[in-house]
Ligand binder design. Structure first.
Ligand code: GMT
Length: 383
């Protein structure tokens, strides 16, 4: 596609969560294609490392004041948006994760309108902003209103689109643009020294990475590992951190598997960790998409997961791994053992996982966002 060069603002969470990762990778890819990209966040996004000429970073400062028990982040964000849009003549604003980015964007848009500046807003829905947090009645009216005020809405899977229409009264179309992965980036050779430290006797390495929130059901990961370790020599790596980590640690002690489990904390270089992994476990109660599973597949790591949410749109049952009902530890354990016990089968799943990841390659998805931006901007010209 021959898209014209644009000046784009991207708003996201700068942390390790999938929405922030996706937004950052999107911005980097757009910048590489010549667009000027301005990140507006409260911290440097974790994947925004190194100098990229077309990328600009604007930090949202939230001044405190003794009166504020809750510093008004949304107000600071909207004001920063106004400032960045005005001073850099941005043409559009793309916000990732509805809360509070869509409502802050609407506020910025109204303020700029008064100055005769029209800024189209695109909102990408990522999952928990709809299915968990967004639907909470404390947030729901603002979430629904601000999504409806967006000039375009996208969702990262058909499942999330359907859920959004079920939960909220959305008056506009929602376009599904799947998450993506840079398959090239995940083509890594295992670092032998690292592998030796984790699995000194050539044990199979199982991996789970998440924010350890309840929705991830990390206890199920420990239970699966416990079952698998009764059949074959293996180790489990936990990447990330969050509220349920202690629960996972406690359970691993109770089940007597803690010596074979390592918690390595939040890691930026997922590609190096995935390169030594044999199987990825994702036991979530819900995943709108499961970007982390796609990254595993891009590294040629088969995935054993639940069949929740958008995961069946990303994985192929019996090819890239297996999906089971939420909480069905016995089934997920059996599948993990089946894949890991037979080298030929394991190799087959590895190849199939990689092949499927290619369907979500960055080069296939970025043009869809560019087209959406072009469409939104050309509508502006007509109206
Ligand atoms: O998984 C999380 O809790 C983090 C969350 C986020 O917003 O960062 O992830 C959501 O967005 C990702 C990127 O689009 C999706 O791949 C995840 O499936 C989705 N998480 C859930 O729906 C629980």
């Amino acid at each position: 596609m021959n898209s014209s060069i644009m000046r784009i603002g991207i708003v996201c969470y700068p942390t390790f969560g999938g929405s922030g990762v996706l937004a950052t990778e999107l911005g980097k890819a757009l910048a590489q294609k010549g667009h000027q990209v301005h990140f507006i966040t409260y911290q440097q996004p974790v994947r925004l490392n190194g100098f990229i000429p077309n990328i600009f970073y604007h930090e949202v400062q939230v001044p405190t004041y003794p009166l504020f028990d809750y510093p008004p982040y949304e107000t600071a964000l909207a004001s920063t948006m106004v400032d960045v849009i005005k001073n850099n003549k941005l043409q559009l604003l793309h916000v990732h994760y509805a809360i509070p980015h869509a409502s802050a964007a609407y506020m910025a848009k109204c303020i700029l309108e008064k100055d005769g500046i029209h800024i189209p807003v695109i909102t990408t829905l990522h999952g928990t902003d709809i299915t968990l947090v967004g639907r909470d009645k404390t947030y729901a009216p603002v979430v629904a209103f601000s999504i409806n005020q967006s000039d375009a809405i996208t969702a990262v899977s058909q499942n999330l689109k359907d859920e959004t229409f079920k939960i909220f009264k959305i008056e506009k179309p929602i376009e599904v643009i799947y998450n993506f992965v840079d398959v090239n980036r995940f083509k890594r050779k295992p670092i032998d020294a690292f592998k030796k430290v984790i699995a000194p006797n050539g044990e199979k390495i199982l991996l789970h990475a998440s924010n350890f929130r309840r929705v991830k059901r990390v206890q199920d990961v420990v239970k699966i590992f416990h079952q698998v370790s009764q059949k074959l020599a293996c180790k489990l790596l936990f990447v990330g951190d969050g509220p349920e980590r202690v629960v996972a640690e406690q359970l691993s002690r109770e089940l007597g598997v803690c010596d074979n489990i390592r918690f390595v904390g939040k890691q930026e270089q997922m590609e190096d960790i995935l390169a030594i992994a044999d199987l990825f476990l994702l036991t979530s109660e819900y995943e709108s998409f499961g970007l982390v599973a796609l990254e595993a597949m891009a590294a040629g790591v088969p995935v054993v997961s639940t069949n929740a949410g958008g995961l069946p749109e990303v994985m192929i049952q019996g090819e890239t791994g297996y999906m089971s009902n939420v909480g069905d530890v016995a089934s997920m354990s059996a599948h993990a053992i089946e894949i890991l016990q037979d080298d030929n089968k394991h190799e087959y799943f590895k190849q199939a996982a990689l092949k499927q990841a290619h369907n979500f390659d960055i080069n296939n998805i970025i043009p869809l966002y560019e087209k959406l931006y072009d469409d939104v901007l050309s509508k502006e010209l007509v109206s």
